[in-house]
Design a protein around this ligand. Structure first.
Ligand SMILES: CC(C)(COP(=O)(O)OP(=O)(O)OC[C@H]1O[C@@H](n2cnc3c(N)ncnc32)[C@H](O)[C@@H]1OP(=O)(O)O)[C@@H](O)C(=O)NCCC(=O)NCCS
Length: 176
């Protein structure tokens, strides 16, 4: 069994390699500082029974953010204040030897559940993602993320879509 948990000192950050050096470096050198300072939260996917140092199969980082109206797709940007609260999925990556087996999708679903909880208690127009390159943008677009005026590597999912996704998924799981 796999589980997602907050990154901490029991995880083997040095052993993680997703093939993208900036993402590896972020996990190894920055993520825990950002957690400590309240900048963002990083969650890791591990084997439930793994012992420390636990191998990291994948991770994602979420944070709060503020955007301006011109960064929001037109359909969602009407009648908003000048500065608009939102959430950001800054990073998401799967270890090279586990890519292509559904873990990226599973991490994205986990991130959306967490974002839905944030939106429920604090609002936020939706989730922006920063894709590393066009292939990563295609990965997000596959799951319904929309293009934004900021460029091809910034995508957006409205809070209402995330809320609907989380409530449908919860209803489906409770029927199992
Ligand atoms: C992009 C990444 C997170 C995908 O994770 P993964 O575990 O390999 O992807 P999955 O196996 O969960 O694939 C889920 C679906 O997305 C598709 N997909 C995967 N990578 C894709 C890509 N680059 N472009 C388009 N679709 C992609 C898969 O075909 C699969 O489709 P299916 O549901 O119809 O089978 C992973 O390849 C990775 O970590 N890459 C390096 C870091 C990176 O680019 N991160 C992106 C955010 S900056």
């Amino acid at each position: 069994m796999l589980k997602v948990e907050p990154l901490d000192a029991t995880h083997d950050r040095a052993g993680f390699d997703c093939g993208a050096e900036p993402l590896n470096r972020y996990l190894q050198q920055v993520a825990r500082q950002h957690i400590a300072k309240g900048v963002s939260k990083t969650f890791v996917l591990v084997e439930e029974k793994a012992l420390a140092p636990k191998p990291i199969l994948g991770f994602f980082t979420i944070s709060l953010c503020q955007v301006f109206g011109e960064q929001v797709p037109a359909k969602w940007s009407k009648k908003l204040p000048e500065q608009i609260p939102a959430m950001r999925l800054g990073r998401l990556a799967v270890a090279l030897d586990h890519q292509g087996s559904g873990l990226g999708k599973a991490l994205l679903v986990e991130a959306l559940f967490r974002i839905a909880r944030v939106a429920e208690v604090a609002g936020g127009i939706g989730l922006f993602v920063d894709a590393k390159n066009e292939a990563a943008a295609a990965f997000y677009a596959r799951f319904g993320f929309l293009s934004t005026p900021s460029g091809p590597l910034t995508l957006f999912m409205p809070a209402e879509t995330i809320r609907q996704f989380a409530s449908c998924a919860t209803a489906l799981m409770s029927r199992r």
